[in-house]
Design a protein around this ligand. Structure first.
Ligand code: NI
Length: 383
């Protein structure tokens, strides 16, 4: 950032981010955020429309072709503990993933595109609700966000990289994310007469341990894979043998065959448990986000845009895919595109992960993100 204009632009972006940060809203409840976005767009002389409840679409220039730029806008059910002067004023809700920054970046891109519009084609800004719980991208697509769109770009603030770095990889960068639910049903009884009962706690504990062997013993070690049991509930009292146990977890895979193998393995283990512990088991697998797969051409366009913003040295590669989920993948099922990571490591908070009460990022990333979006849209339309 240099010169008075750069400084002014930076302050404008920071003010937007902090306003959104103060008033976070959960998935599909982003009323106030959507109103604020529309107000800012109209201050720039741009008209926008509300779709899918709290989503906002804004078209700049004349498509087709349209190039879409996407920001997510929802917060998380977390009580903020950052101690920042602009901390959340809404109890129990916090922007702990940086989506407040994503909105500011995309509004910044709108300002830059307004001043310097593309000669050919148009740019569609997609402000999307409900990334965290999924469903937001799908709702926007159903509302026509991708009509006439030839490519889409998005990005996420990332504390693993420094400000001035943008990480870009071709191919799969975010995992398949599925959820599983297991219900075990034994026979309850008196804690002192195990011979008359079938203990769901013991069977469930064996199950948790058995599940650990799926990734460690059955999956090729070169493919990142995770199976986590995040929830295990059973029992009612210290002297009662539990009749039921409830387990819930997540599967992350980076290859469709491995994902299938994990699903099959889980089914097999639950079936085996019935025999092993005389218990009945019911497994349900709920398919989640598809993986984010960056297409070759759009990845190249994103790299060139990043070079223009942060220079060759700032363009990084991720050493491995993330096992996080990202619902940007739904757009990529329809159109090619690229999802990047904006370095935003904050001094003193390097080790505080996203989705935690102390999360914050370095705001100097905001103008870089805005300029990246501006450049990538123009480059994609020129190509
Ligand atoms: Ni996020």
């Amino acid at each position: 950032m240099s010169g008075p204009e750069g400084e002014e632009f930076f302050r404008w972006l920071v003010a937007i981010r902090r306003h959104i940060h103060r008033f976070p809203e959960l998935a599909f409840q982003e009323e106030r955020t959507a109103d604020f976005i529309q107000k800012k767009l109209s201050e720039l002389g741009l008209s926008s429309r509300r779709v899918a409840g709290t989503g906002v679409l804004c078209d700049l220039g004349a498509g087709p072709p349209w190039v879409a730029l996407r920001a997510d806008m929802d917060a998380l059910p977390i009580t903020e503990e950052t101690g920042l002067p602009f901390a959340s004023l809404v109890p129990g809700v916090m922007h702990a993933c940086g989506h407040d920054g994503h909105v500011a970046m995309l509004l910044g891109a709108a300002a830059l595109l307004r001043k310097d519009p593309p000669v050919k084609g148009g740019v569609r800004l997609i402000f999307q609700p409900a990334e965290e719980i999924g469903g937001g991208a799908r709702a926007m697509i159903e509302a026509g966000a991708l009509e006439g769109v030839s490519a889409i770009f998005g990005g996420h603030i990332d504390r693993h990289y420094r400000v001035g770095e943008i990480a870009i990889n071709e191919g799969l960068i975010c995992a398949y994310t599925d959820r599983f639910v297991i219900r075990l049903r034994g026979r309850g009884g008196h804690a002192a007469w195990p011979q008359e009962a079938v203990d769901a706690v013991v069977a469930g504990a064996f199950l948790v341990t058995a599940i650990q062997t799926l990734v460690s013993r059955e999956i090729h070690p070169a493919y990142p894979t995770v199976v986590t049991v995040g929830r295990f509930q059973a029992g009612t009292a210290h002297n009662v043998i539990a009749e039921e146990a409830f387990l819930e977890g997540t599967i992350r895979a980076t290859h469709s065959e491995i994902r299938k193998k994990i699903h099959q393995g889980l089914r097999r283990i639950v079936r085996g448990l019935e025999e092993l512990h005389r218990i009945s088991g019911q497994l349900e697998i709920i398919e989640g986000y598809p993986p984010v797969i960056n297409s070759p051409r759009e990845t190249e366009v994103a790299r060139e845009a990043a070079r223009r913003v942060v220079g060759e040295a700032g363009v990084r590669r991720m050493p491995h895919p993330s096992l996080g989920g990202e619902d940007f993948s739904f757009y990529l099922e329809h159109v090619p595109g690229c999802f990047v990571r904006f370095g935003a490591m904050k001094a003193g908070r390097e080790h505080i992960p996203a989705h935690s009460p102390g999360f914050d990022f370095d705001e100097r990333v905001l103008p870089l993100g805005a300029r990246f979006f501006f450049e990538v849209a123009r480059l994609a339309l020129e190509g």
